[in-house]
Design a protein around this ligand. Structure first.
Ligand SMILES: Nc1ncnc2c1ncn2[C@@H]1O[C@H](COP(=O)(O)OP(=O)(O)OP(=O)(O)O)[C@@H](O)[C@H]1O
Ligand SMILES: [Mg+2]
Length: 362
């Protein structure tokens, strides 16, 4: 086992908050554990894993049992043992927390979690400070509700330093709908008085054409995160390809199972690599709803139960309404925002009210 910076755990830079002195904090990309260090992995197995794209202990720790068994031609039991051994090694190296930790430790860790601003103070407030690392945040809503605009704005803000509510890292943008626009990034960056060229260099994008391609990219996400030092992963949208390809009732179970493994992998990657993952989702009309809004998120229970946070976006004239639908700790509430040259922004009246309050308190 070797660490790029030094063998001393205390020298590893802090993952969650550069200001917090916490020995258990870490920066994943600065730690280099070798597959050989994992209990039970010899040169042949390591070679097979590397051929299958699993190049680090971190990749192995987030692999799925079924996929690994196929990749290295082993039984599911052996695959499960390798994955557990990788997780054990990460725990021993303080990369992963122990299996059981006290709630005060979890609270301390959450306090120093990184958050990225969405560009709108109101939307940030709804999210209690912005998009979180170690979580999968899902935005769903009808066409034109602002899902891709949120993703574009996040691309511009995530590379900013933490003091400016960014994540101080790069962005990986997985585009399944062909709606990624570098020109829009330039426009948002310029309007926010950031260097547009610097922003473009910090965003790596990949156009995905079919569901298998998406599955492959997600499988190798750990490697890409290392390669680009990414702190934000955007998938716009998570479901369109699977929805288009798996038509008909007979294919539904297969589709859900595939989506399920993508989603679970994303949750593990977010946690282990300390990155923020943002996915967008479409809506279905549900004509059987007698009350309220007759739309619901596509993807059924698989998406509903797996995303950490779900936010529903709705058009309201020129503006948009965001509603927190599902979260382990955010209160149910909603807020308004708008879309303009700056990407996602606060409504004019909220902006001037906030300015006035800030002015009064000075
Ligand atoms: N430069 C801009 N200035 C102001 N508003 C803009 C600008 N660019 C886009 N918009 C607004 O954003 C809307 C499109 O939003 P977005 O692309 O995020 O929709 P979406 O939710 O991703 O929809 P879909 O489901 O079709 O992908 C447009 O209808 C327009 O109102
Ligand atoms: Mg879109």
């Amino acid at each position: 086992m070797k660490h790029k910076r030094s063998g001393n755990e205390k020298d590893i830079p802090h993952q969650y908050d550069s200001n917090v002195e916490d020995e258990k904090s870490f920066h994943v990309s600065d730690i280099e554990l070798d597959l050989h260090d994992v209990e039970g992995i010899g040169p042949t197995t390591a070679k097979k894993m590397k051929e299958a794209g699993i190049t680090s202990v971190m990749d192995l720790a987030v692999a799925s049992i079924e996929q690994l068994a196929v990749d290295i031609n082993s039984s599911k039991d052996s695959a499960a043992l390798f994955i557990m051994a990788a997780q054990k090694l990460l725990r021993e190296s303080n990369v992963l927390e122990n299996e059981f930790v006290t709630a005060d430790f979890v609270l301390e860790k959450r306090k120093s979690m990184l958050r990225c601003s969405t560009g709108s103070k109101s939307l940030d407030e709804l999210l209690l400070g912005g998009i979180e690392t170690q979580a999968v945040t899902e935005f769903y809503g009808e066409f034109g509700s602002g899902k891709s605009q949120i993703c574009h704005t996040l691309c511009v803000i995530a590379p900013r330093p933490m003091s400016e509510k960014g994540l101080d890292g790069t962005v990986i943008y997985i585009d399944t709908e062909g709606t990624f626009r570098p020109e829009r990034l330039q426009q948002i960056a310029t309007s926010r008085e950031f260097d547009p060229m610097l922003v473009l260099k910090k965003v790596s994008t990949c156009k995905v054409y079919n569901s298998s391609h998406l599955e492959l990219i997600v499988k190798d996400l750990g490697r890409y995160i290392h390669e680009f030092n990414a702190k934000l992963i955007v998938i716009d949208s998570i479901i369109s390809l699977h929805r288009a390809e798996f038509t008909g009732r007979g294919t539904l179970a297969d589709r859900q199972q595939r989506l399920n493994s993508i989603l679970h992998k994303l949750v593990r990657v977010a946690e282990i690599f300390n990155v923020a993952i943002v996915i967008t989702n479409q809506v279905l009309s549900s004509p059987d709803a007698f009350f309220g809004d007759p739309t619901k998120a596509a993807g059924g229970n698989v998406l509903g139960h797996t995303s950490t946070y779900r936010i529903y976006l709705r058009k309201s004239g020129e503006n948009r309404i965001a509603k927190m639908i599902d979260s382990p700790y955010h209160p149910y509430s909603d807020t308004r925002f708008t879309i303009n040259q700056k990407g996602i922004d606060d409504l004019e009246d909220i902006r001037s009210r906030k300015k006035k309050i800030e002015g009064d308190s000075d």
